[in-house]
Design a protein around this ligand. Structure first.
Ligand code: CIZ
Ligand code: SF4
Length: 302
């Protein structure tokens, strides 16, 4: 089907079905372009919760659609491709967290938003890359468990001067960005500001001017007086930044940082999702209630 026809069909169905289409900052450019809103996972979940639309088409990975479902259980949350998982989120399961808690019974358990719903249900507090440093710095506990990202844990630990008991997970896409990539790009664009995501390796984080979540990258690029930026995160972010700031230039730190799961969502699948009401993401009441507590605790602290 030609692109224009597909976009027209999506527009028609979005109205008929009373739906809102949300796209994560790492989605394909053509998906970002037809979305009602782009953002990070929590921004999008909050938009979903506030929306008066009945149906939410969540273009992102599975844990993000689950988080939206936890925050708005009365709406229909659709994921255009249910196979779009996050390998980092899947590096830990609920039983792993229960075992960690048994080994460190006094510890408080903080978990990155990149976790499946049943893992969130085991957490004391959820956090995002935007608020992780803020939340950990406010905790008075002697022992803090942090799951699943060892690199985000390392960054937060250095920023807060706190020792964290970290799980050994990592993002397979962000680890593809190497220090030599940053050095090469800085040589090519000497005036550019280097912003990287805290999921990157510590050796990459060390070379950055700014360490930011995708939401914060958007805000920083907008307000900075710099005209050029080297961007150390998933490739989809370049489209978002370039569209918001047409007078500035954005260069990927590495062309290899492409998340195959984020790229599973295509316009065809968005259309199919609206046509067939597929695939519905829902979270059982018990898991939802417990996971919701960890998210509410984050909102209270951050
Ligand atoms: O929370 C998100 O959306 C993720 C995974 C990354 C970010 O920094 O926005
Ligand atoms: Fe998961 Fe990394 Fe892909 Fe984000 S970029 S969805 S953390 S694998």
């Amino acid at each position: 089907m030609p692109h224009k026809e597909m976009v027209q069909k999506i527009d028609r169905l979005r109205k008929e079905r009373n739906a809102v289409i949300l796209a994560h900052n790492y989605q394909l450019p053509e998906v970002q372009d037809i979305a009602d809103h782009c953002g990070d996972s929590l921004e999008l979940s909050r938009i979903a919760a506030k929306s008066d639309k009945r149906v939410i088409v969540f273009c992102g990975v599975y844990f993000m659609a689950e988080t939206a479902s936890i925050l708005c259980p009365d709406k229909t949350i659709l994921i255009p491709d249910p196979m779009a998982g996050c390998p980092m989120a899947n590096m830990i399961d609920a039983e792993d967290v229960r075992q960690l808690k048994a080994r460190h019974p006094k510890a408080i358990v903080v978990g990155y938003v990149n976790t499946p719903a049943d893992v969130k249900a085991e957490l004391d507090i959820c956090c995002t890359s935007t608020n992780a440093v803020d939340i950990i710095s406010k905790l008075k506990n002697e022992e803090i468990i942090f799951v699943p990202d060892k690199y985000l844990a390392d960054y937060v630990s250095k920023k807060t001067n706190k020792r964290l008991i970290a799980w050994e997970g990592y993002c397979p896409t962000h680890v593809k960005i190497l220090p030599e990539d940053i050095i090469k790009k800085v040589r090519q664009h000497p005036g550019a500001k280097v912003m990287v995501h805290p999921e990157c390796r510590p050796e990459v984080v060390e070379l950055a001017d700014e360490v930011l979540s995708t939401g914060k990258m958007c805000a920083f690029a907008k307000k900075s007086s710099a005209k050029e930026f080297i961007v150390g995160t998933e490739a989809g972010m370049i489209h978002r930044l370039q569209k918001d700031n047409p007078d500035k230039k954005f260069y990927p730190a590495s062309e290899n940082a492409v998340c195959p799961n984020m790229k599973r969502t295509t316009l065809e699948k968005v259309l199919w999702s609206l046509e067939e009401n597929k695939t519905v993401v829902s979270v059982s009441d018990d898991i939802r209630r417990r996971a919701r507590r960890a998210i509410d605790k984050m909102v209270e602290l951050a």
